[in-house]
Write a protein that binds this ligand. Structure first.
Ligand code: GDP
Length: 177
């Protein structure tokens, strides 16, 4: 049960991964608190945030884990992936390198996470269109080849963040139930 005494039907663990500074923490706080905070590292040390929402008439509590900076030290451990039903793999559309590393993150997921994990590829910071370094088509093609859902988002404006998480949670519901 949640705080309102509402019955929770399912709890889904989702992990957020990707290179550092691509906006993982901001995408997460946009979804869970509808906030974008300029002092973004204030959330360091917080393991996960939650948001409860209704999907296909079921009350689903999304428990979304943030790496809290661990990706800098390549210290994302298998405990982080354990039990995860979904993953948000984030890159920065203005940083080509962060997209070039996406394949490595997919390998990491395939090695440590469940085989049935649902993965969404997220090109973040679309509000910086004039600085774009990754054409959408490149990501569309990669996502298609790897069987990932693809969204371009802005944690700053909130653009598409809700849609991306809702799609991921809906797909988890389809796979898990
Ligand atoms: P993380 O290391 O992947 O968790 O990245 P953060 O969430 O800490 O964000 C890294 C930097 O990018 C911070 O300065 C954020 O303010 C900025 N940032 C995150 N998301 C966006 C976005 O959608 N648009 C813009 N313009 N900046 C963003």
């Amino acid at each position: 049960r949640n705080n309102d005494g509402e019955t929770i039907d399912y709890v889904y663990k989702v992990v957020v991964i990707g290179d550092s500074a691509v906006g993982k923490t901001q995408v997460l706080s946009r979804f869970t608190r509808n906030e974008f905070c300029l002092d973004s590292k204030s959330t360091i040390g917080v393991e996960f945030q939650t948001r409860t929402l209704t999907i296909k008439s079921k009350v689903i509590k999304a428990q979304i884990w943030d790496t809290a900076g661990q990706e800098r030290y390549r210290a994302v451990t298998s405990a982080y992936y354990r039990g995860a039903l979904g993953a948000m793999l984030v890159y920065d559309i203005t940083k080509r390198e962060s997209f070039d590393h996406v394949a490595r993150w997919v390998e990491e997921l395939r090695a440590h996470a469940s085989n049935s994990i649902v993965i969404a590829l997220i090109g973040n910071k679309v509000d910086l269109e004039d600085k774009r370094a990754v054409p959408s088509e490149d990501a569309v093609e990669f996502a298609k080849n790897q069987g990932l859902y693809f969204f371009e988002t802005s944690a700053l404006t909130g653009d598409n963040v809700e849609a991306a998480f809702c799609k991921l949670l809906e797909e988890i519901y389809c796979v898990a139930s």
